[in-house]
Design a protein around this ligand. Structure first.
Ligand code: IMP
Ligand code: MG
Length: 240
């Protein structure tokens, strides 16, 4: 049985169009390209979760708003580039991706699927922010890795590099465990806020000093499920 799903805009479908002149050939190619782009966009859209239809529970939440900073399609395009950059740097090695929970979940899962070749995964969990938008500066390990990283090529995958305290803490722990190589990939970098001397090897986007949510990043555990990254504006009471 042949499973038939949706419209076909493949190259072979394009070849079935009979062309008589060079000009009409060109317009067929252009048409096929447009269809391919439309399909690619539809795939990106379908692959990503839709933005939440967010209903505030309290007056305070009603005063919060999120302004899109990086749209989902741009995030996906940049992650595909990062995956290629990483593989180019380590063409033959197994890459052990270590996601820092919970903020990196969507970044890690998208990145891992776009890195070609041999890849393994693990997770670690730290807490540094409490439940609000201000850092306590204190980093605590709340869940360790499942397996040893000794001799492995480890890429630490983190949502955002802000003050750098979290990554400084993690890199210290990981270095003691003797990985073969240790690299850092972050989706977002806020260099203005840096306190610790840490830099990422792979950066998705450098952003201004704003509190952002979405695509894994939260405010008090909310907004992680937004497909875009956006700037959160709090209600007047919360800002004080
Ligand atoms: P750092 O230790 O200050 O670099 O912060 C790292 C952690 O703080 C990140 O993994 C995030 O979980 C959280 N964080 C920092 N900036 C933001 C933000 O703008 N929105 C949401 N979480 C943030
Ligand atoms: Mg985090």
């Amino acid at each position: 049985m042949e499973l038939d799903s949706g419209p076909r805009f493949s190259a072979s479908a394009g070849c079935t169009i009979v062309t008589k002149t060079f000009e009409s050939k060109c317009s067929c190619v252009r048409l096929a390209e447009r269809h391919a782009r439309a399909l690619e966009f539809a795939c990106i859209r379908n692959a990503m979760p839709k933005s939440t239809n967010y209903k505030p529970k309290s007056k305070r939440q009603a005063l919060e708003s999120v302004r899109t900073l990086i749209p989902r399609a741009q995030i996906q395009r940049r992650i595909a580039e990062m995956a290629q950059e990483i593989r180019r740097d380590f063409p033959t090695e197994r890459l052990h991706l270590v996601g820092v929970l919970k903020g990196s979940i969507f970044f890690l899962t998208d990145l891992a699927r776009l890195v070609s070749g041999d890849v393994s995964l693990d997770f670690i969990s730290v807490s540094s922010y409490g439940s609000g938008a201000h850092t306590s500066g204190e980093v605590k390990l709340t869940r360790d890795l499942d397996s040893s990283i000794e001799g492995k090529t480890v890429i630490v995958v983190e949502d955002i590099l802000d003050t750098g305290m979290t990554l400084q803490y993690l890199l210290r722990i990981f270095e003691q465990r003797k990985p073969r190589r240790l690299r850092v990939a972050v989706l977002l970098d806020k260099p203005e806020r840096r306190i610790a001397r840490v830099r990422a090897d792979y950066v998705g986007f450098t952003i201004p000093n704003e509190f952002v949510v979405g695509y894994g990043l939260d405010y008090a555990e909310r907004y992680r499920n937004l497909a875009d990254v956006g700037v959160l504006t709090l209600g007047a009471k919360e800002k004080k």
